[in-house]
Design a protein around this ligand. Sequence first.
Ligand SMILES: Nc1ncnc2c1ncn2[C@@H]1O[C@H](COP(=O)(O)OP(=O)(O)O)[C@@H](O)[C@H]1O
Ligand SMILES: CC(C)(COP(=O)(O)O)[C@@H](O)C(=O)NCCC(=O)O
Ligand SMILES: [K+]
Length: 240
Amino acid sequence: MILELDCGNSFIKWRCVNHSGDAGPIGVVKVLEDIEPAAAGDLVRARLVSVRGEAETAELIAAIEDRWNIHVSRARSVAKLGTVRNGYRHFEMLGADRWLAVVAAYEVAKRACMVVDLGTAVTVDLVDREGQHLGGYIAPGLSLMRDQLNRETRRVRYAPMKPNLQALMTPGVETGDAVERGCTLMMRAYVSAQITSARELLGSECQLLATGGDAPVVADLDGLVSMPDLVFRGLSIACP
Ligand SMILES: Nc1ncnc2c1ncn2[C@@H]1O[C@H](COP(=O)(O)OP(=O)(O)O)[C@@H](O)[C@H]1O
Ligand SMILES: CC(C)(COP(=O)(O)O)[C@@H](O)C(=O)NCCC(=O)O
Ligand SMILES: [K+]
């Protein structure tokens, strides 16, 4: 079994994959200690991608190696992987999660594609039909929007609530509804605009892929296909 880890700024996503490529469910944890592989005894190695700092990432790798006595391969943003070429001016500056999602998206789509990853930040990346990464966009994610309102205002306070996509067009009559609907509508409008722009730039046949913890908020938007394991797919290409 191979342990795969995607260390984002908010959460560590993890899963186990067996040698024939069958993957288990994706776990979402805050700390490494909460990772409980079902068949820990069968783990032979790990592969990891991280957008955290170098010191924190090194600590995570050391902790994994110590806990399960396995080698950890780490994926980084590189100039080229397979037929995908990194479009960043300095390729190593592109978030490694974005790079893996782009590599996986093109491998899945085999044509021009747009990838939106709704995590701590919401990232959008574009790849042309030849596999040339064209760059992309970074904006605050939903949880950052909520946190900012909580931090920068005195009275925007409300108990955590479940998102309700059905009520979006009903104006909120309580603070929680007003914030949740406002932030969700902003996110949906932004992603819709990115879809329109991607189709203009890449052609109407471009593949539109969504991933990340908040992808469900936009999953119903025209033509968008949700792929929760996109970064993990890129990780298996980068660290076979
Ligand atoms: N099971 C979950 N646990 C935590 N956050 C979740 C979960 N499902 C959806 N989310 C949402 O996803 C966001 C985190 O997405 P994620 O892609 O894990 O972020 P990152 O990669 O930046 O760590 C959270 O801010 C939250 O709004
Ligand atoms: C933009 C990101 C913070 C997104 O990470 P996440 O939201 O998954 O935590 C990450 O891709 C990153 O640190 N990028 C480096 C800067 C760049 O991509 O230009
Ligand atoms: K992420």
